[in-house]
Design a protein around this ligand. Structure first.
Ligand SMILES: COCCOc1ccc2cc1OCC(=O)N(C)CCCNCc1c[nH]c3ncnc(c13)N2
Length: 277
């Protein structure tokens, strides 16, 4: 059934459009239901004039080819796409519980069990991407989604690249960028390891570690790896040790994805089913 669905050329008539799920830089996302199968999806609508205006044809095409080719429980599926005269439509897996960062804001910060479960899910998804030579480079809370079981899904591949060599292009908001990216130096897979450290800190404390009033100050704090842990909320030494092994300036010395999965804090706290209900 799946293969004929992915080959089928879909059109807007095949879907009933539901509530809007949010607006991104290039388009809006809606809940939608495929009329015949009653299968619920997320439909991302991108206006062709925006694609032309921001000249993102090739990046969008690469991103869609990447996301279509990836099959992992912690990566949002891209089932297919279609277009009409002025819009491109992406047919995506629907994440019922929405954006991780909204959940984080609501709670202030996650428990060590929630944080460890999300970090483990992300690490597994990144290990899968890296073995397929895909570097994400733009993982931030608003790109992370939760399905109906509370399972984490990486939502959009804003700046992912198929790469074996080092990459140079600048991208993403500063808070999550590794020093070698902020310095616009050559970078490789290890940027995602750095970002895992940033996210682990933010999940536990409610804000990223190098946050500052200005981008210039954030830049300085990243370059110095100016890392400090507030005493409130109180966080275990194991968690701090993992974060300190990821937020390392020398990208070759950051803890590997395999070692993250074996870290005592992950083993002790993560729910290996990924749902942590
Ligand atoms: C070129 O695009 C590649 C794919 O990008 C996306 C795929 C799916 C997305 C969001 C994507 O990009 C970011 C974006 O548009 N927003 C930040 C606005 C909407 C936020 N999502 C809210 C949301 C809630 N339940 C969901 N279930 C599935 N997908 C969702 C959402 N969003």
């Amino acid at each position: 059934a799946e293969e004929e669905n992915s080959k089928r050329n879909w059109s807007l008539q095949d879907f009933e459009i539901g509530k809007p799920l949010g607006r991104g830089k290039f388009g809006s996302v809606y809940v939608a239901r495929e009329v015949k199968s009653k299968f619920v999806v997320a439909l991302k609508v991108i206006f062709k004039e925006q694609i032309d205006k921001y000249r993102i044809h090739h990046q969008l095409r690469r991103e869609m080819e990447i996301q279509t080719s990836l099959r992992h429980p912690n990566i949002l599926r891209l089932y297919g796409w279609f277009h009409d005269t002025d819009r491109v439509f992406l047919i995506l897996e629907y994440a019922h519980k929405g954006e991780v960062y909204k959940e984080m804001r609501k709670k202030g910060h996650f428990t060590e069990k929630e944080a460890a479960t999300y970090i483990l899910s992300l690490t597994k998804a990144l290990a899968y991407c890296h073995e397929k030579h895909v570097i994400h480079r733009d993982i931030k809370p608003e790109n992370l989604l939760l399905d109906h079981e509370g399972r984490l899904k990486i939502g959009d591949f804003g700046w992912s690249v198929q790469s074996k060599s080092k990459r140079h292009t600048m991208c993403g908001t500063l808070d999550y960028l590794a020093p070698e990216m902020v310095e616009n130096k050559a970078h490789d897979y290890a940027v995602d390891n750095w970002t895992l450290g940033i996210l682990c800190y933010e999940f536990l404390f409610g804000a990223p570690p190098f946050e500052a009033e200005s981008q210039a100050d954030t830049f300085k704090r990243i370059m110095k790896v100016d890392l400090s842990f507030p005493s409130n909320p109180s966080v275990s030494l194991d968690a701090k040790s993992l974060i300190s092994r990821l937020l390392v300036k020398d990208s070759s010395r950051r803890l590997s994805l395999q070692k993250i999965m074996e870290h005592p804090w992950i083993i002790k706290n993560a729910d290996f089913s990924g749902t942590c209900l």
